[in-house]
Design a protein around this ligand. Sequence first.
Ligand SMILES: Cc1ncc(COP(=O)(O)O)c(C=O)c1O
Length: 380
Amino acid sequence: MNIHSKLPKTETSIFAVMSGLANEYNAINLSQGFPNFEVSRELIGLINKQMLAGKNQYAPMPGVLELRQALSAKIHKLYGKNINPDTQITITAGATQALFTAITAFVDQGDEAIIFEPAYDSYDPAIKLNGGIPKYISLSSPDFKIDWDEVKNTITDKTKLLIFNTPNNPGGFVFDKEDMQRLAEITRDTDIVVISDEVYEHIIFDGLQHQSAILFDELFNRTIAVYSFGKTFHATGWKMGYVVAPENLMIEFRKVHQFNVFCVNTPIQYALAEYLQNEQNYLTLPDFYQQKRDFFVNAIQDSRLKAIPSKGTYFQLLDYSAVSDMPEFDFAVWMTKEKGLASIPVSSFYHDKKNQQILRFAFPKEEETLLKAAAILNNI
Ligand SMILES: Cc1ncc(COP(=O)(O)O)c(C=O)c1O
């Protein structure tokens, strides 16, 4: 039988490759971005309670109303905006499903979609599976500054979508107010839909304020903002997230969502609705992760691998140009096999595998693990 692959160039994901190598060589695994500490016992207890109370059947298609109301209240508290829980919030199976659904809802055959690289790995295939054509804006280490004139020049009458991510995985950079204003300006008078990937909304450091698209009225009118409970509550395995969008975009999003998953995990939705009542459960996150970032960066002060400032997310980039001129993938494999520490080559976040001699290390780990990793880095 002849199989026609819709994604002929897709290989095993770099995360599976590096985690597989880490297991094989018994290396410390700072490649994949998942926490190695426990989810709140209270939250697990709340889920258990909801399951025992019989909340085990299909949820409403847009999500459990109590959770949408809790999110609307949270958005009002954080960003001072009124978001209608009935028409402007939908609960999804993590951010990845939300992204796929949003891209499918708005990208048609031959449409162009702008993405900034380094980029989360699902954007590009999701665009292609819908017949779209990705247009890449390549940002460079160490500051990953966006040239908005380049973005403006990339827009054509075929541009249908633009996706960005702040705080950024893997770059650790954030969009500032001016970036958001420029984006609003250059999309003005177009029909471009914007996807704002804000899964690290609560992981931002040094007193910086997250510039959510929700804060910018004109921009928000064309935006689907995407969030992940996995990142916020250290539970990446639950695959729970949500989107916030103006009603006219949400109508289209839900048309796809209902045939994609229809609805997502019911007891977890009820439990999250209750857990969100205590704002400390998410407001403490910047300090929690900043401490981890500082701990890790301090521990590798003496390393020849140099830290590129991380302003958000739980990733730290290290520049190894003083150590080797090997390309990133080869160096990451060498370090895993020979030194016992796994990371992710940043080149895998670029379609052309742009090489800058930087690796991404995930630091949502216990201090003991970070210290072991630092000892290795200090000896390279
Ligand atoms: C930028 C970005 N977007 C989306 C996701 C996916 O989130 P989820 O696990 O909720 O699907 C991730 C996960 O690593 C991410 O880093």
